[in-house]
Ligand binder design. Structure first.
Ligand code: GLU
Length: 299
């Protein structure tokens, strides 16, 4: 059984860009006869709230998007992530963000990539680092020991996309005192959840395209089928920056359903359509504009 999904982080109301991506994910799944799941990506306990998740679900439902049960909450799935982690090659990383920033300045390091500081430490060096970390009340992070420099994925709009596979964090460090569930990293959780729910179509914003090679590689290591990706253009403001709450009345509750429908339908090339059911009939993925959609240029 094949499936698609929408996987918001519950850290506030969805804005127009999120709603548009959700609608596109729903359209792609339902037009191809797939199941469609909602997954609440609430592993970051500091930024997530149950209330926010509820409001997001209400908003998506009021747009007419329907989900197959169950709604998945990542915060309840630590045991699965633990089991997956135990099957992956990992190493402890003792770096702070600042360590990484400073080491990443070296000329041979690709921007945004982990500089490899902790990859090849001896056991003795690890003991010293662990000792120091414990004294600071911190726990090491666990990173993937990637065995390939890059990986290729299939993307509906981009074709074959090849990108670097970094030694991504699979479990975050954190404080010794607060050691608890909630330290799972996005790149592990997303792969396990898509894999367990047989998600074979991942529709999401194209800001996440760069993370797809590492995720597909992790999926292959865990024996999950690699999904097809559909990275859709983001919504930007008139300055070309990714849409944000400060750009005005951008949430469904601020816009109201009528305005939301007008803008959503127009932004996917179906001006005048007023319901999810109707959109399902007329939406043509090949006619979706490939450039970012600019919010605030109505008319
Ligand atoms: N939770 C992520 C976000 O809200 C999306 C992750 C994904 O779709 O893979 O940006």
């Amino acid at each position: 059984m094949s499936a698609g999904r929408y996987a918001p982080s519950p850290s506030g109301d969805l804005h127009f860009g999120n709603l548009r991506t959700a609608m596109l994910a729903w359209l792609f799944a339902r037009q191809s006869g797939r199941k469609f799941y909602l997954r609440v990506e609430d592993i970051d306990s500091e930024r997530s709230s149950a209330e926010s998740a509820e409001r997001q679900i209400e908003d998506l439902t009021s747009l007419g998007l329907d989900f197959d049960p169950p709604v998945v909450y990542q915060s309840a799935r630590g045991a699965l992530y633990e089991a997956a982690l135990s099957r992956l090659p990992v190493y402890e990383c003792y770096c702070t963000r600042r360590d990484i920033r400073e080491a990443a300045g070296a000329p041979h390091i690709q921007p945004g990539m982990y500089p490899g500081t902790c990859r090849n430490l001896t056991e003795k060096q690890r003991e010293t680092q662990r000792f120091q970390l414990t004294a600071e009340g911190r726990l090491p992070a666990l990173r993937l020991r990637a065995a390939v420099p890059e990986w290729s994925v299939r993307d509906y709009y981009r074709g074959t996309y090849t990108g670097p596979v970094d030694d991504v964090v699979l479990k975050r460090g954190g404080n010794l005192n607060q050691a608890q569930a909630g330290d799972w990293a996005y790149n592990l959780a997303v792969v396990v959840d898509d894999g367990e729910f047989l998600v074979d179509q991942v529709v999401r914003g194209d800001d996440l395209l760069d993370s797809a090679p590492a995720q597909a590689y992790i999926a292959s290591l865990l024996g999950y089928a690699e999904p097809e990706y559909v990275h859709v253009p983001l919504v930007v403001n008139t300055s070309g920056k990714r849409l944000a709450k400060r750009d005005g009345a951008v949430t469904l509750r601020q816009m109201g359903l009528d305005v939301a429908w007008e803008e959503l339908a127009r932004s996917v090339g179906c001006a005048g359509v007023r319901s999810a059911g109707e959109l399902l009939e007329v939406f043509d993925p090949l006619r979706l504009q490939r450039d970012p959609w600019v919010w605030g240029l109505s008319g």
